[in-house]
Design a protein around this ligand. Structure first.
Ligand code: C6P
Length: 414
């Protein structure tokens, strides 16, 4: 083992991290809680909860329009979050960071603003078979409304993307490739830099759904060179109802607003309206100010641990889990990509995933079961649904051992 790995591992103190998450210290059905549903949403550390309550306790006011001390504090906190997000994903400017309610709203914003302006009947949007519904349905809506064509990059049997099919799938009509960075089902980390390079050779824009990657690994939008990137605060120890759309500034400049209302205008007359500058023309109405305070707290928290450390700990934990899971009789794991995140989808022979989730819940273990908002992927895998365990920074090797023990019990029980 090289020294840098040893240094990283010694920095990562999971027991110390767990102390920041009081919710984990409880019994569910008289068993210690083991929370393995982090792909759906992560738990929140005290620091984030305090950042949110401190806003309501000390600085509650509306942003951007008040001329009093509390309004200034609220505005400063809200804009401070934009600065933190900018540096967290290495965006070139705060003007390219739009706050939304989450990944879903960010992608809908691109579809409805950029999509409606630049796409016309017959134009093609290329997705992948492993997309979350958030990155399918907005394009299906445009297919219905303006006649765009939605195509899908297929997956290989190991759960990686079949990139050999790209040349065949890309045509002169392809205007956008919209792809997940990390699959919420298979765990696969897609080679987005390669896809972006290939797309840009033909002047095709690329949107990255980073809902699962930003919480789990360092993400650098300039290095990636993506045109759009979307993520949610609640999957990265931040609050729900808060999210981010990054877009290149020149693209955002040309995009029309998606929502209209207060905050996003420059002036309004009876004859018409003109828009505020970036990024405010995309933030109509009173925003999620407490959410911004919370997201700031989340970024501080993750940066203190270090995204490299987070990725390396979770990679070790996930590989440990997969190795052990493979030894459980009747186990089928979906997705065998080498480069992967911590979502592990699986089925146990003869056990419905809902029954398994219920059995594990009775044992204090929270997992997710179903189609994971990825029905086209389920179709490709030939299943109706799967069970899914997804690990985060506060999960321990001991918890994985208990999870495996209960999986074995489930095979006996059913
Ligand atoms: N996936 C899961 O359990 P929102 O709901 O907007 O914060 O995120 C949507 C979303 C988009 N893309 C990917 C890759 C995602 O994983 C998600 C959310 C959760 O897998 C809830 S369905």
């Amino acid at each position: 083992m090289n020294t840098s790995v040893i240094e990283k591992e010694s920095i990562f103190d999971v027991e110390k991290i767990r102390q920041d998450f009081p919710i984990l210290d409880q019994q569910v059905h008289n068993k210690p809680l083991i929370y393995l549903d982090n792909g759906a949403t992560t738990q929140k550390p005290t620091q984030v909860i305090e950042a949110i309550s401190s806003y309501y306790l000390n600085s509650n006011a509306n942003v951007h329009r008040g001329l009093h001390e509390l309004a200034e504090r609220a505005t400063e906190g809200y804009e401070n979050c934009r600065k933190k997000v900018t540096s967290f994903i290495n965006a070139p400017s705060e003007r390219s960071i739009v706050f939304t309610r989450g990944t879903t709203e960010s992608i809908n914003l691109v579809a409805n603003s950029w999509g409606r302006k630049y796409l016309k009947e017959g134009d093609e949007v290329l997705l992948t078979e492993m997309e979350h519904h958030s990155n399918i349905v907005p394009w299906h809506l445009l297919a219905e409304q303006i006649g765009i064509v939605v195509k899908f990059i297929p997956i290989n049997s190991d759960g990686t993307l079949d990139l050999d099919s790209l040349d065949e799938l890309i045509s002169t009509k392809t205007k956008l490739i919209s792809v997940t960075h990390m699959s919420n089902v298979l765990g696969t980390i897609n080679p987005v830099k390669k896809i972006i390079e290939r797309a840009h050779q033909q002047n095709i824009k690329v949107l990255i759904d980073a809902a699962q990657s930003v919480p789990n690994m360092p993400v650098d939008v300039q290095n990636m060179d993506c045109d759009f990137l979307a993520f949610s605060s609640h999957k990265m120890v931040g609050p729900t109802g808060m999210g981010v759309l990054f877009a290149k500034e020149d693209i955002l400049e040309e995009m029309p607003p998606f929502f209209g209302g207060g905050e996003m205008i420059s002036s309004v007359t009876k004859a018409g309206s003109s828009w505020a500058g970036l990024p405010y023309k995309f933030e109509a109405g009173t925003p999620n100010i407490a959410g911004a305070f919370g997201l700031s707290g989340a970024i501080d928290y993750l940066e203190k641990i270090g995204m490299d450390n987070i990725q390396s700990y979770k990679t070790r934990l996930t590989h440990y889990a997969i190795d052990a899971m493979q030894r459980v009789p009747g186990m089928q794991i979906y997705g065998k990509a080498r480069d992967r995140g911590s979502a592990v989808s699986f089925n146990l022979e003869g056990i419905h995933p809902f029954d398994l989730a219920q059995f594990l819940d009775q044992n204090g273990i929270a997992i997710r079961a179903g189609h994971h908002c990825a029905q086209p992927l389920m179709e490709s895998l030939g299943v109706n649904g799967t069970a899914r365990a997804s690990f985060y920074i506060y999960n321990t090797f001991q918890e994985v051992d208990i999870f495996i023990e209960k999986l074995k019990k489930a095979t006996d029980f059913f």
